[in-house]
Ligand binder design. Sequence first.
Ligand code: GDP
Ligand code: GDP
Length: 444
Amino acid sequence: MDERMAIILVKPVIAIVGRPNVGKSTIFNRIVGERISIVEDIPGVTRDRIYSSGEWLTHDFNVIDTGGIDIGDEPFLEQIRQQAEVAIDEADVIIFLTNGREGVTAADEEVAKILYKSKKPIVLAVNKIDNPEMREQIYDFYSLGFGEPIPVSGSHGLGLGDLLDEAAKHFPKNKGQDYDADVIKFSLIGRPNVGKSSLVNAILGEERVIVSDIAGTTRDAVDSPYTYNGDKYVIIDTAGMRKKGKVYESTEKYSVLRALRAIERSDVVLVVINAEEGIIEQDKKIAGYAHEAGRAIVIVVNKWDAVEKDEKTMKELEQKIREHFLFLSYAPIVFLSAKTKKRIHTLLPMINTASENHAMRVETSVLNDIIMDAVAMNPTPTDKGRRLKIYYTTQVAVKPPTFVVFVNEPELLHFSYERFLENRIREAFGFEGTPIKIYARERK
Ligand code: GDP
Ligand code: GDP
């Protein structure tokens, strides 16, 4: 592992569309496989499985199951139409899924009509072709006008390789790293109305902030690049934060989807909370994604102006936030107001610190001294008469800082001792604002 692995690449996005019951979520789950999410271990947090990463041969990509975006009380056809629009807006390649057991239906034709109008590449797949004898069912689907249909079976896992081969042919060629390494990329995530757009305006309205003109560049026009005191920043997905036009943009699943995509492209994530309303489950869920993705995090409590307070209010709210976000104990908290601009100027220095710590590399000899001192202070655990032996520790990656501890038996490094080592490392080096990861490896 080296630093290059920590560079965030922009992965191509595949969206799966189709009418209900053709097997979209079955295919989605097959493609992303069983991924164990630590977000699921955070109480009260359930995983929205509509967006995840997948791999096929040398390709890394993300997949959206548009069927999981529930568009309120809209009529059936309107739901499908909106889901297809999400696919057109968000994806590089669209998999149009149909059901070979039912043939072409009117709803399939509706989906096709919307997809015709898009310029995105479409791969037509016919699902539920569970055995070779059923193959002839696919010929009907030529009539949809998207070329040769690919037979697949979600339940049996058949044809997925051919499907992904075809999708990968349409991946954009130049989706590399999107900004220079010295640019600090950050995003603001949080529920609707916590004040994300207002915060962006307050930041960009700061004195000495010079907003860059990105017209005419190939960069993603939804981002806001600027410089401040000679440092370069990009606010990721600013436009996504502001747009509230289409029906699906107000749905929870869609805003989670946008947040996940913004987190993926960021170094630092500002988790924005509304001081007036306190913390609800959705805040935790969103913060959990940022933590799980290994991004640096700053907790921003906005609308501080609107809170009636005495000298204890800040401490009390801080304590409540710490209780709710146990997994974010490393994240600094700032109380501010986008409206009055109070403490807005403290935000950029905090982003800088979190970003520096996220990319920090420590010296191996110092690291090993710290670990040996820790072991001397609190002896390693034993299990069934065997004691954990730590031979050597090394930092293998940044963004986030990742450590490998070489030991006699990795299973002996229990969670509580790993926590202890993490705390010692944090006491020695700081790492405020960034998660750190520790892995045990058997010394060969
Ligand atoms: P979605 O509404 O498009 O997401 O469809 P689901 O993935 O929920 O699947 C709808 C139904 O079709 C479920 O009962 C699945 O078990 C079934 N199904 C999905 N894929 C296949 C398949 O390849 N073959 C068969 N026979 N059934 C399937
Ligand atoms: P977003 O949906 O998270 O982007 O939230 P907006 O930036 O659109 O703000 C939602 C509402 O909260 C708007 O009416 C803002 O004027 C208001 N608002 C934003 N920041 C503050 C703040 O610091 N104090 C107060 N009192 N209101 C705010």
